[in-house]
Design a protein around this ligand. Structure first.
Ligand code: UDX
Length: 463
């Protein structure tokens, strides 16, 4: 039973049930899905991961799971464009139509009327996969890899139009959205998108997928977003809405879900740095980018701050360029107190005792990972839910501040000093440490996220 499965000393009895998971093939979506899979596996469930050729996963890194490759139907030019929205639409289109992609999917999901698994976890963006599963009699659950605030914003999309907040007008960007505090018009998910029709479609599909699922599982925790979770529960009256995060803290092993090779030499280097939270970690996630002039400003801003730092410069960080070249003289200027790498074992870096602050783009995973280690943030959001995450960091939780406007070296230098040295940074760090305690309590025995996982397993076993 679910009870037997969740009690005990970690050596759980196999429950004899299988769960399928199908992540959206992007780093920020793959990580939480595989973390959830790992949690379910540690509770006795067998896991099969469906994955695409685009951003394919490496089965060798996950011997505990079974892997099945599904053709993704993403045309080469769309894959090369890297556009998340276009790829989501292409995957859905390929899976909606009868044809080889849907046949392959159907053969994985099971024969008609004879599902081979208890359920399938999908990313809310893959509505077509849900429809295929439903047609085959396989129940689905949805994992949301962004915040509860973000999903509650999706649900509010028609209201935001009706009440005149959208499409956003230049003069109203700082107008508070009084129905969704503390958000302002510029913080809304869709405010930066120019293609409202496409956005409407993507959001409506995500909402439909959540409504048709047996449970909506969100990578957040009750104490972090109580009002937002309440709002979702009210809107989706009767639905099972479970806050199970932060999933990276619940998953028992490093899930090896990184698409890029992690440069582990940075951990040894961090070990040589003074402990006591003096070092700034700088990373903009897997998708955010900048132009060459901005890269230059960031480099000199960091150098001029005088603060030690670890900076992730992805090969594709600079738009339209093949590698991301640092300016001449930079290496010498920061020698001994800085390291630049192409990809980090980020969760380990954030947990390192020498690290004291995070300059982030505020992807939801990075935001949660920062909060989990009690680290204050400099926020530089770019798109999608990142603006709204920044707003929550600043106005709801008080654990950081936004670096707004054009990227200029003197503003960067000032922001780094503010975070790492000034009173404002000290207050943000204290608040972040308080939030870290809340993270710890939701993960303790009887804590809200553990109870939500128990409930989820009960739900899976009842299917
Ligand atoms: C995207 C969106 O931007 C984000 O807003 C949305 O909520 C999820 O999908 P991404 O931009 O990559 O994700 O950011 P984020 O959500 O922060 O995820 C990045 C993940 O990559 C994190 O789990 C982080 O730990 C990991 N990472 C990042 C590394 O392992 N190494 C790095 O050097 C940088």
């Amino acid at each position: 039973s679910a009870q037997e499965a969740s009690n005990g000393d970690g050596r759980r009895r196999p429950l004899g049930r299988r769960v399928l998971v199908f992540p959206l093939p992007f780093q920020g979506h793959i990580n939480p899905m595989l973390q959830l899979a790992d949690v379910l596996h540690s509770r006795g469930l067998a896991i099969t991961v469906l994955h695409t050729r685009f951003n394919a996963l490496d089965p060798a890194l996950h011997p505990q799971f079974t892997f099945v490759a599904v053709p993704d139907g993403i045309p080469a030019d769309v894959a090369a464009s890297g556009s998340v929205i276009s790829i989501i639409l292409a995957m859905n289109a390929a899976m909606e139509e009868p044809g080889p992609v849907r046949d392959a999917l159907a053969s994985v999901l099971g024969e008609k009327g004879k599902p081979t698994a208890a359920c399938l976890f999908i990313d809310a963006n893959l509505l077509a996969v849900q429809k295929a599963a439903t047609a085959l009699g396989l129940p689905t659950m949805v994992l949301r890899s962004a915040s509860a605030a973000c999903f509650s914003c999706f649900l509010a999309y028609p209201m935001l139009h009706q009440n005149g907040y959208l499409p956003p007008k230049e003069s109203q960007l700082y107008t508070p959205v009084k129905e969704l505090p503390p958000l302002r018009v510029r913080d809304l998910f869709f405010s930066s998108s120019s293609n409202h029709e496409m956005m409407r479609k993507v959001l409506a599909r995500a909402t439909e997928a959540a409504m048709n699922s047996k449970a909506l599982v969100i990578n957040t925790f009750d104490a972090l977003e109580p009002a937002e979770l309440d709002r979702i529960r009210r809107e989706l009256d009767g639905a099972v809405v479970l806050a199970v995060g932060p999933l990276h803290k619940l998953s028992t092993r490093s899930t090896g879900s990184s698409l890029l090779r992690e440069d582990r030499s940075c951990i040894e280097w961090l070990d040589t740095q003074p402990t006591g939270s003096v070092l700034l970690y700088v990373s903009f996630g897997s998708l955010a980018s900048m132009d060459a002039a901005e890269l230059l400003e960031v480099a000199w801003g960091l150098a001029n701050s005088g603060q030690p730092f670890l900076w992730v410069v992805r090969r594709d960080l600079v738009r339209g360029s093949d590698g991301s070249e640092l300016p001449e003289g930079f290496g010498l200027a920061v020698e001994g107190r800085s390291k630049v790498i192409q990809w980090a074992p980020q969760q380990e870096v954030l947990a390192h005792p020498s690290v004291g602050g995070f300059w982030t783009h505020n992807g939801w995973n990075s935001t949660l990972e920062s909060i989990s280690e009690g680290l204050p943030m400099i926020c530089r959001p770019q798109f999608a839910d990142q603006m709204m995450n920044t707003r929550y960091v600043e106005a709801a939780w008080g654990v950081g501040f936004e670096l707004e406007g054009e990227l200029k070296r003197n503003k960067i230098e000032e922001a780094v000093r503010k975070l790492m040295k000034d009173a404002k940074g000290v207050v943000a760090r204290e608040r972040a440490q308080e939030l870290k305690k809340k993270v710890e309590s939701c993960l303790e025995s009887g804590g809200s996220s553990l109870l939500a996982i128990d409930k989820l397993i009960g739900q899976i076993l009842s299917l």
